[in-house]
Design a protein around this ligand. Structure first.
Ligand code: UDP
Length: 328
């Protein structure tokens, strides 16, 4: 299929572009390169540098490239920033996405795959999380993702759009050959910060909270490999042929992993100690978040190639050790 990957030069988007090519599809990328990197894409990939809310540009691309499906990864995703600057998040994550959808409907492209997040569940009362649990986000970032999920339901009913929404848990790792990987600026994620602490590139890691009601006192998260995530986006294509289809899937391994366990995995992969200090809890961090992804496994035949944290961190280390400066 001809697929427009919006945000395809970003972390998850660029891994998905590679998986699309491996599966025999033809991706083209729309990315304004605010957070994306040209270097995350093979030179042969056609990159359009526009904002996703630029309807005239998007309409032209959809027509010229004979696009059949759109994957949308382009969002602002810093929780703390979303609390301090909610308008930025509503304009980009909601308003611009509505423009993208408007352009798609105008041209008759009616398959849409959307990056959502476990942050739409807020602080769930039960673990693991299943898709049918109530969604009550506790920050504007999660709210903007839920707003689009809800908009998609209405648009699908009214206009026959077929869509799949994937609620990611903690995307992690890198391409197995170390050629592309995670390069955020600023970086706030645990695994890259722990790796950089081990190599001395950054100061010691701060562990945000050691007094949580968990076995070792640190937060539990569900780290899922970025290539495993990407493959689910392609496996869903066959389900989108019936107009008006609306699908929702959690994507996680289902394994809760603590901050200390991540540190041990980084020490194993790098062969170095991770220096750390303990710090107060970070605002808005639930003690535990992990997925029941059996729906994706059952309905999409989704398989998890990297089920445990050691395997995931080994790929992250392959990337960070071969490209310590990222895409610079
Ligand atoms: N974390 C930490 N120190 C850091 C960054 C993260 O202790 O410098 C913890 C954070 O509190 C959470 C887990 O690591 O429990 C994963 O955080 P991350 O920001 O990677 O992802 P999130 O779960 O917030 O999406």
């Amino acid at each position: 299929m001809n697929v427009l990957v919006v945000g395809g030069a970003g972390y998850i988007g660029s891994h998905c572009v590679r998986q699309l090519i491996l599966a025999g599809h033809k991706p083209v990328v729309l990315d304004n390169l605010v957070f994306g990197h040209r270097g995350a894409l093979a030179p042969s990939i056609h990159l359009y540098e526009h904002n996703l809310g630029d309807e005239a540009a998007v309409t032209r691309i959809l027509r010229d490239e004979k696009i059949e499906a759109v994957m949308h990864f382009a969002a602002y995703a810093y929780v703390g920033e979303s609390v301090n600057d909610p308008l930025k998040y509503y304009f980009n994550n909601v308003v611009a996405t509505l423009h993208l959808l408007h352009a798609m409907l105008a041209v008759g492209v009616n398959k849409f795959i959307f990056s959502s997040t476990c942050a739409t569940y807020g602080i769930p009362t039960q673990m693991p999380i299943v898709e049918t649990m109530p969604q009550a986000p506790i920050n504007p970032y999660g709210q903007t993702k839920l707003d689009i999920e809800n908009a998609l339901k209405s648009i699908s009913r009214a206009k026959g759009l077929s869509f799949a929404t994937f609620r990611y848990f903690n995307a992690a790792g890198a391409a197995e050959d170390g050629s592309i990987g995670e390069a955020h600026d600023p970086e706030t994620h645990l695994i890259p910060l722990a790796i950089d602490a081990a190599t001395g590139k950054r100061p010691p890691l701060q562990i945000f909270g050691i007094d949580y009601p968990t076995p070792d006192g640190t937060c539990l998260r569900d780290y899922v490999h970025v290539d495993d995530l990407s493959r689910a986006h392609i496996a869903v294509f066959d389900k989108l042929n019936q107009p008006g289809t609306g699908l929702f899937y959690n994507l996680g391994t289902g394994r809760p992993t603590s901050v200390y366990e991540v540190i041990r995995a980084v020490e194993k992969a790098t062969g170095r100690k991770v220096p750390y200090t303990t710090a107060p809890r970070r605002a808005g961090d639930p003690p535990a978040l992990f997925a029941d992804s059996s729906k994706a496994v059952k309905e999409l035949g989704w398989t998890i190639k990297f089920p445990d944290i050691d395997a995931i961190v080994a790929t992250a280390w392959a990337w960070h050790s071969s490209r310590p400066e990222g895409y610079r």
